[in-house]
Design a protein around this ligand. Structure first.
Ligand code: HEM
Length: 212
């Protein structure tokens, strides 16, 4: 039996993002290993990760943001409606028009991203390897009605991701065939069900177990 030290549960959107994250990390093992190297280095001698540790983990931050960009968990945001006649970039939108924001489009827009169509943490790193939050990164939407849970979701993603990657290596099973990254469409996007192999990392790296 393994102890994971996880004392909270993610919401549907957060868990869908995590599921997408592990699908990519298993299939981009060099990205997973680089995260683990950074985590080992920053958390050396510490029992548990804290949210403040993210400031010393530019690569992990870039990977989590890239996972959110690719996961595109809430592709059409929440529908809105104009409360008065509105002019926007030369278009007139009458009062009462339903507005559907296409977050999928901005998260993949060419000209906004170095690698718009591939999973690549470099989308959030500058030449010095520092984490850079991009203006077009808006999985939580924008404006006065943007996601109210952004802070909680970002904290959950960081703490869960780092805690799990510190203790375990996630492996795409040899007999699983080619991965299918096509998401299942719904109000939220979720990856197709998949199997994963989970291997305990060595004890020196803070991976204590109560194996029985
Ligand atoms: C990765 C996780 C999440 C993503 C990608 C996400 C994304 C979004 C998006 C795109 C919207 C629509 C914003 C708009 O109308 O323009 C939204 C709204 C909202 N989200 Fe999240 N969300 C996440 C997690 C959470 C969590 C953890 C909570 C609360 C515990 C939460 C609470 C809300 C609420 C209350 C609204 C409605 C805000 C309003 O209409 O004023 N979300 N979210």
């Amino acid at each position: 039996m393994y102890s994971l030290d996880l004392h909270f549960a993610g919401t549907d959107t957060t868990s869908n993002t995590l599921l997408t994250g592990f699908l990519y990390l298993m299939n981009y093992p060099h990205v997973q290993e680089r995260c683990q190297q950074e985590i080992d280095q920053v958390l050396e001698g510490k029992d548990l990760v804290s949210y403040e540790d993210r400031n010393n983990m530019p690569y992990v931050q870039a990977v989590i943001h890239e996972i959110q960009r690719i996961a595109n968990t809430v592709p059409l945001s929440v529908f809105h409606c104009t409360t008065k006649d509105t002019e926007l970039m030369g278009y007139s939108i009458p009062k009462g028009t339903m507005i559907i924001q296409n977050l999928n489009s901005v998260l993949r827009e060419e000209g906004q991203w170095k690698f718009p169509h591939e999973f690549n943490p470099e989308n959030f790193l500058n030449e010095q390897g520092e984490f850079v939050k991009q203006e077009a990164f808006m999985p939580f939407s924008a404006g006065p009605r943007m996601c109210l849970g952004e802070g909680l979701a970002r904290m959950e993603l960081f703490l869960m991701m780092v805690t799990l990657l510190r203790k375990f290596k996630f492996i795409w099973p040899e007999d699983a065939g080619k991965p299918d990254f096509t998401p299942v469409y719904g109000v939220t996007l979720t990856p197709k069900p998949y199997h994963m192999k989970v291997q305990l990392r060595s004890k020196q790296r803070g991976a204590e177990t109560d194996e029985k």
